[in-house]
Design a protein around this ligand. Structure first.
Ligand code: EPU
Length: 339
């Protein structure tokens, strides 16, 4: 078994973050096994460290003078199968969309709506990735992690992960304390299509009906029309979260702008607004500021037009927030992890 992690000094992060901003990290370690991970901390907990998985939801606004830890473990393994429900253990380093492709190949339902979301499987529970009416929390059963303070492995059941809209315990109490090494998800052989969001049903019907493969293809096609490819145009998907506001605020805005999208939430007395719509109507869609801009087809996405720094992206984000605040009196929070 490999016990030596791969270590890099003074690392150029350009190809390790989907914004492709040019920053450096003092040290970066790619680890595969939990033994390797423990060995990194055996000499003492570094004063500054964080996990850099796919780099798809992170904005480096300066050089990182600490240790970045990157999982590169690649295994997908069926751990239980009762003929219908299939539990699958997935290493943190697996590319999320490779997992979705694997599930579809194996005729397993549950994550097809989450096709083409960039990032690693280990990052999925952190912000509870979601799209087209489905979220990672709908399938995640357990999360395995290394606990830095106690130097031990810990498994958390989904019930304790405090999943919410783009939220989890990993962004709060466990932030900076654990490193996710694997997730366990539950998939099903029974077809359970979820076509209720936006254009999904129409795109699926156009492909001949609700098979797993058609749903995956439809979602991929929809995403490609709206979201820029990170290989061509640096971005981190939605830069902002859809704001959850008091119903009174939502009603007031709806009275003024009847075509404003409004979504129900699990929280009583609250409603969710579409940040993309707010940014769009605040006149910021397609706005450009030097080397950064607001994407022309999806206002939630900020893009690096080429050679931008993280600080430039952040400055644009502040302008977008100010424009929405000024027009609608609503605060939109960032979804991306800003370092
Ligand atoms: N809208 C506009 N202008 C825009 C963008 C959106 O008017 O520029 C309107 C749309 O017409 C629609 C509403 O806003 O009425 C919502 O737009 P959309 O369906 O595109 O979804 P979203 O709320 O903007 C969320 C997720 C996406 C996910 C889609 C589809 C968040 C922060 N974003 O976007 O996730 O793919 O729904 O489910 O929740 C991501 O997190 O990186 C991401 C891309």
């Amino acid at each position: 078994m490999r016990i030596m992690a791969k270590e890099f000094q003074s690392v150029d992060l350009r190809d390790r973050n989907s914004f492709h901003v040019v920053q450096h990290a003092s040290r970066l370690v790619e680890f595969e096994t939990t033994e390797e991970l423990r060995a990194i901390f055996a000499a003492g907990i570094p004063p500054r460290w964080t996990v850099l998985a796919g780099g798809n939801n992170i904005l480096f606004t300066q050089d990182y003078d600490g240790v970045l830890l990157t999982p590169v473990s690649q295994q997908i393994r069926i751990v239980a199968d009762d003929g219908d429900r299939v539990r699958v253990r997935v290493d943190a380093g697996v590319e999320w969309d490779d997992l979705v492709g694997w599930a579809v190949e194996h005729d397993l339902w549950g994550i097809e709506n989450l096709s083409l979301i960039p990032g690693k499987a280990g990052a999925a529970p952190v912000q509870n990735i979601g799209a087209y009416g489905r979220e990672a929390k709908d399938v995640i059963e357990r999360v395995e992690m290394y606990c830095v303070e106690s130097d031990s492995m810990l498994t958390l059941d989904a019930a304790h992960c405090e999943f919410g809209y783009r939220e989890s315990v990993f962004k709060h109490e466990l932030k900076g304390r654990v490193i996710i090494t694997a997730i366990e998800i539950a998939l099903s052989r029974t077809p359970q299509p979820h076509l209720g969001y936006g254009d999904v049903e129409r795109e699926v019907e156009a492909r001949g009906g609700a098979s797993l493969r058609n749903i995956r293809e439809a979602i991929i096609a929809i995403r490609r029309t709206k979201l820029p490819d990170t290989a061509e145009l640096g971005n981190a998907g939605s830069f902002f979260k859809n704001p959850v506001v008091d119903l009174a605020v939502a009603d007031r805005l709806k009275a003024q702008w009847p075509d404003m999208p409004l979504y129900p939430t699990a929280e009583a007395g609250k409603a969710k607004l579409a940040a993309g719509w707010l940014i769009d109507r605040a006149g910021m869609k397609g706005f450009r500021d030097g080397r950064v801009g607001v994407h022309e087809r999806q206002a939630l996405v900020l893009v690096n037009l080429g050679g931008a720094t993280g600080a430039e992206v952040l400055a644009l984000a502040r302008k977008v927030q100010a424009a929405v605040r000024e027009k609608f009196g609503v605060e939109i929070d960032t979804e991306v992890n800003i370092l």
